[in-house]
Design a protein around this ligand. Structure first.
Ligand code: IMP
Ligand code: MG
Length: 178
């Protein structure tokens, strides 16, 4: 797997350090509350596992899965729910935990869908953001790192379901998906 990576953008230590900072910020903002963290499968699980342990307020977790990329590296813009949330979100403080925001189309869909469940509040936390790739207005309340438009893998992120278990975030060599 490592031979398919051209550059390591953030190593394990850098990722964990940033996650701890985000966790501290979220803990302060949600003092006295009991947020529901909603992780978007499957890419969001590594980030969720680290982030939830960096948050000191009591919380609940839930998962939802939507179709986005298939095995390609470009968003189809077509979103379909594969797994719905289980917790009743009415009156709850929802924090969406996303791996990465690219076009923002997935997030726009998720935000709209979850808003329909009448939460008391909703914020978005994304570990990585590609601001230059946004195709829609997305407000991200907590961002781990801004990156460029290159296709990245590791720390939960995949290409064709591979590389999710790399402990760092790396740029995938173009020859791998060309
Ligand atoms: P968007 O709808 O274009 O913002 O795409 C969001 C989803 O596409 C993310 O939750 C990821 O699952 C996936 N994605 C976007 N960019 C990358 C990338 O560079 N590597 C791996 N997955 C990505
Ligand atoms: Mg994905």
């Amino acid at each position: 797997m490592n031979n398919d990576i051209s550059t390591v953008l953030f190593d394990e230590a850098a990722l964990l350090l940033r996650v701890r900072e985000l966790g501290a910020e979220i803990s302060r903002d949600y003092e006295g509350k009991r947020p529901v963290l909603i992780s978007i499968l499957r890419g969001g699980v590594v980030f969720l596992a680290d982030l939830m342990r960096a948050i000191t307020v009591p919380l609940e977790i839930d998962f939802m899965s939507i179709s986005s990329y298939g095995d390609s590296t470009k968003s189809t813009g077509v979103v379909r729910i594969r797994k719905d949330i289980d917790i009743d979100l009415a009156g709850r403080h929802v924090l969406v935990v996303e791996d990465i925001v690219d076009s923002g189309l997935s997030l726009a869909y998720i935000r709209n869908y979850l808003a329909g469940h009448n939460p008391a509040s909703m914020r978005i936390c994304a570990m990585f953001d590609k601001p230059a790739a946004h195709k829609t207005d997305v407000v991200i309340d907590y961002i781990g790192f801004n990156i460029g438009n290159e296709f990245v893998v590791g720390y939960g992120l995949d290409y064709a379901e591979t590389y999710r278990n790399l402990p760092f975030l790396g740029v995938l060599k173009e020859e791998v998906y060309r």
